[in-house]
Design a protein around this ligand. Sequence first.
Ligand code: OGA
Ligand code: MN
Length: 297
Amino acid sequence: MATLTDAVDLTVTKRHPQIGAEVRGIDLGRPLDRETLDQLNAIWMENPMLVFPGQKITDEQQIVFARNFGELEVHPSVAHRSSRNPEVYRVSNVDEQGNILPSESKEWQYLELTWLWHTDSSFREIPSKGSILHGITVPAEGGDTLFANMYEAYDALSDGTKAQIDGLSVRHSHDAVIARSAKLSARQDKGTFTELPPVEHPLVRRHPVTGRRSLFLSPHTMDGIVGMPDDKAFALLDELTRHATHERFVYRHHWHQDDVIMWDNRCTMHAVMPYDSANQRRIMHRTTIVGDERPTL
Ligand code: OGA
Ligand code: MN
């Protein structure tokens, strides 16, 4: 296994040639000095998805770690916020009392939408910079998370396709997320959410730090392309999504308890693989870093 970086005792090992790397030699539960943080940031910009194995941290420690990278979002879904720390989003099929959510509950039906490819907070005017997810209880089987590298997906497009899509604007909304679930859409009471107006984002964006271009897709919030008939727009978005989620761009993470994963929402997408959610517990806590600016080409 190749060691890329060894200063400040950090050991970085590639998990996937393009996207995933594992970082050891750091305790995320302790305050980090500027030098370590600078180094971590540099590693993150090279590897849009980092795995930190064996991090037994509390929610409060996760919040302190996440705040090193920016302010934190509060998720629009009220039911999925931690009652102790609203900036903790509970990606969990277990409620705060320890009961498995019934499959017919609106809370589970909303969460089940994480099984679709997306990037976090693409429904916001300023989408999230990055997310940090702590695997607290993980199923023995299933529930792996897939991460796709959207820089590589863009780079691999033909010049003709790049010319066709550079400059297009995509409509995104939080309502579109709910519309993806037939079960949730059919309900009178879909849950309580912070109201967010629809937004438009470029289909190709430039990363503010690395300067690289990437495809900005988030199938569960996308609601059309500005100035294009819907049938044509969705055919194009579907084709781009199929391309971007080809296995050569994707790292599949099998969770171990106390893995912490940190990903860059500005150049990746992710999706959760199905698991036996009626019987297996899967408790993940997410903190979400507020973005610095609107996406631009
Ligand atoms: C998320 C999400 C990933 C997971 O936390 O943003 O989509 O593995 N879930 O549960
Ligand atoms: Mn997500």
